[in-house]
Design a protein around this ligand. Sequence first.
Ligand SMILES: C[S@@+](CC[C@H](N)C(=O)[O-])C[C@H]1O[C@@H](n2cnc3c(N)ncnc32)[C@H](O)[C@@H]1O
Length: 241
Amino acid sequence: MTPPDVLIAAARSDPSLAVLEGFHALKHAVRFDATIELAVTANVRAVVALCSELAPDVSESLISLLREIDEPSFARCAPRPPATGVVTVAVRPAVDIPAALGSSGSAVLLEDPRHHGNVGAVIRAAAALGAAAVFTTGDLDVWHAAALRGSAGLHYALPVATVEGIPDTARPIVAFHPEGDSLSRGIPANALLCLGSERSGLSKAVLSRADYTVAIPMREGVSSLNLATAAAIALFAATTG
Ligand SMILES: C[S@@+](CC[C@H](N)C(=O)[O-])C[C@H]1O[C@@H](n2cnc3c(N)ncnc32)[C@H](O)[C@@H]1O
């Protein structure tokens, strides 16, 4: 039988699978109906205790997935084994992009993001605020383990996909740019909220497609907000009107 650390290492480069490091990621994956292939821990009792404290709603199904392995094997399952003591392999769900665009709630488009942690934080905020979907462009793997750490596994709570440029959509296109019109004017409902790359911001191509260009007000002297912070503010403003 293939050892679990070898299976997990292989899953990291398998485009159909995702590796979830930590209890919260597994909890959210189970809560949002992920297909789990493997969930390993070196201490089942500790994970069971976390379940009763933090996830009683899914504890039965989560506990039934756990496989106990020895400490040295668990240490090989992740570059930084999570303090919450569990590593999971789950299936990446297929995304129906037209259906995701057609559902209600704001959607987010991140243009060429460079940091997995930022992408994960945006997905986490989008899930919390009931967004319709998160899309990215560019070559960053949004299902990388570091992005799943950032989202705490909330990739499974809404459609997450990489697209080629702005998709065909009837949604109003709102570009977030520090030199746009003030956010206090409001954001149209069910918009596609576009945010740019950490280093270079939004491209001219996206800015020229936008129906609205919106700035989050900042104190004089501050050039820009972090991408995930700007996305969370944009989503909150879009949700609360
Ligand atoms: C770190 S910023 C990019 C900074 C980049 N140097 C630039 O020139 O735009 C990442 C993205 O967050 C969004 N953003 C950051 N601060 C913003 C603000 N005050 N108003 C609107 N959008 C903002 C924009 O979409 C921006 O492209």
